[in-house]
Design a protein around this ligand. Structure first.
Ligand SMILES: Cc1cc2nc3c(=O)[nH]c(=O)nc-3n(C[C@H](O)[C@H](O)[C@H](O)COP(=O)(O)O)c2cc1C
Length: 216
């Protein structure tokens, strides 16, 4: 499937059939998440990969009773940092420099500039900014899943505070922001499966601003 074919094929699956997805497909989706870009390369989130029926049964009522939580193969929980700290930024930059065999002081000026900005901003901004990075990763995960013929449902429909309590996320400096059950559609029982995919027409979505162009 091309990316566009995969995007046509995928839909926010409402009913899954409870079958397990192969490990290599799960690994492929997780690798796409790992390769997702993030602001300053900080990857300010963790992704919990839940393969535990008992735990999923406890999560379902917290996620508005949605059936995909228990009928999926694996549930991904995207949990973003609750705040940035100078230490966390420094640790990430040191890791990048080590991986690239660069001197440890290479990013000092950038870190100071970044922390100069971030340290002035309220903690709620930090959590929100980190969550936005997790959304990028989830978007890329959805495309990777579709390319592999794996269904998923992006979900904001849950109570983050209750899930944080259940999974002990606050103690780890994390806040749950998104759920992504992975699995297979139950085509016979999913009301959405044959519905037309509805998107705004491109004339409405895109605003072209024309002026001097580069040469083709
Ligand atoms: C951030 C986000 C949160 C969503 N939350 C839910 C959800 O909790 N439950 C659900 O069934 N669908 C959820 N959706 C699915 C959207 O309703 C769906 O993606 C949208 O209507 C477009 O349809 P399609 O994904 O089937 O093409 C969510 C989608 C996004 C991107």
């Amino acid at each position: 499937m091309t990316v566009l074919e995969a995007l046509q094929w995928r839909y926010a699956t409402k009913k899954m059939n409870g079958k397990r997805i192969p490990q290599e497909k799960l690994d492929y989706i997780l690798e796409a998440i790992r390769l997702s870009p993030s602001s300053s390369g900080l990857q300010p989130y963790k992704v919990l990969v839940i393969d535990d029926r008992e735990l999923l049964k406890k999560i379902q009522p917290i996620a508005w009773g949605q059936s995909q939580i228990v009928d999926c193969s694996h549930l991904l929980v995207f949990a973003a940092w609750d705040k940035y700290t100078e230490e966390k930024i420094d640790e990430t930059f040191q890791f990048i420099l080590k991986e690239r065999n660069l001197p440890p002081d290479t990013m000092d000026a950038y870190r100071e500039k970044l922390w100069g900005i971030y340290s002035q901003l309220p903690e709620e901004w930090h959590a929100h900014h980190a969550a936005k990075q997790a959304y990028i990763a989830m978007g890329i995960a959805m495309v990777a899943a579709a390319e592999q013929g794996i269904d998923c449902t992006p979900m904001e429909g849950f109570s983050p505070d209750e899930l944080d309590d259940l999974l002990g996320l606050r103690e780890q400096g994390l806040r749950s922001v998104l759920l992504l059950p992975l699995g297979y559609r139950d085509a016979e029982n999913d009301w959405l499966v044959n519905m037309k995919k509805v998107r705004r027409p491109k004339e409405e979505l895109f605003v072209e601003i024309k002026g001097e162009s580069v040469e083709a």
